[in-house]
Write a protein that binds this ligand. Structure first.
Ligand code: CO8
Length: 260
């Protein structure tokens, strides 16, 4: 039975878990409860073989997540910053073993943009808007935002967003490389599920290792990244999935991967 949450709606269908952050009255802002429940949901999915991929989205059509809950921001102290629960939470999203997709259905601001950036694949509704407006509140994007944005779109563009609080349309976000696909608003979730279904047809060990290699290589020098790549590939060469994938191609049939 799927666990119930106060601030999340969770559905598991065809090995795809959809987590909907459900506080539409506050544009799905990230309260501490949302963060705790998001981590609890990922923990539950980690060892659950009935879940192969996770989609994260927001309730309603207006917002994916409009940032940290500003009503709680006033109580943040230096200790809150140092403890940085949100930074660690998004690290957990980024390093989650199974593929993750953000279906960005509206405003993805501050912590919402940072959450989306910690997923593997970002799909935006044509009406989505992205930004890191923390400086307007006298703080900075402290949940990985200053770092992930610079890595995704380059330092100059990241500084433009961070220093001015400007918002990007879905089209601009795609041009900048912040999202890789745009959907019509009504088709967003189904498009995200289609992407998840496509990934789920691939060799599961290959998908898991490919994610690990791309992620760990992104912050390494080329030679180190290539060593990681070579080691992962050598491991895959020992799997029966590798033989099945090649045989299925020769037989002109879909592969039946066993994850070993
Ligand atoms: N937190 C709490 N409530 C919110 C938030 C939020 N982030 N965003 C919107 N709401 C609430 C509004 O207060 C409003 O509530 P009510 O109806 O009770 O007045 C309701 O949602 C609807 O919002 P608006 O009326 O403002 O809707 P508009 O269409 O006029 O505007 C915007 C939409 C542009 C999205 C606007 O709501 C907005 O600017 N929201 C705030 C965006 C923002 O600044 N986000 C960044 C927050 S800071 C952050 O994320 C820090 C992350 C790193 C922290 C690290 C800590 C260690």
């Amino acid at each position: 039975m799927t666990q119930t949450y106060e601030t999340l709606l969770v559905d598991v269908t065809d090995r795809i878990a959809t987590i909907t952050i459900n506080r539409p009255e506050a544009l799905n802002a990230l309260s501490r409860t949302v963060i705790d429940e998001l981590l609890a949901a990922l923990d539950a999915f980690r060892d659950d073989d009935s879940v192969g991929a996770v989609i994260i989205t927001g309730a309603g059509e207006k917002a994916f997540v409009a940032g940290a809950d500003i009503t709680q921001v006033r109580s943040y102290s230096m200790g809150t910053g140092l403890e940085s629960v949100m930074q660690r939470a998004f690290d957990a999203v980024e390093s989650f073993e199974k593929p993750t997709i953000a279906a960005v259905n509206g405003f993805a601001l501050g912590g919402g943009c940072e959450l989306a950036m910690s997923t593997d694949i970002r799909i935006a509704s044509a009406t989505a808007r992205f930004g890191l407006p923390e400086a307007t509140l006298g703080i900075l994007p402290g949940a990985g935002g200053t770092q992930r944005m610079a890595r995704l779109v380059g330092t100059g563009r990241a500084l433009d967003l961070v220093l001015t609080s400007r918002m990007l349309s879905a089209e601009e976000a795609e041009r900048w490389g912040l999202v890789s696909r745009i959907s019509e608003p009504g088709a967003l979730l189904e498009d995200a599920r289609q992407v998840a279904r496509t990934v789920l047809k691939k060799g599961p060990v290959a998908v898991r290792l490919a994610k690990l290699v791309v992620r760990s290589g992104a912050d390494a020098d080329l030679a180190t990244g290539q060593v990681i790549e070579r080691l992962a590939q050598s491991l895959l060469y020992t799997t029966s999935d590798k033989n099945e994938g090649a045989q299925a191609f020769i037989d002109k049939r879909p592969a039946q991967f066993r994850g070993e």
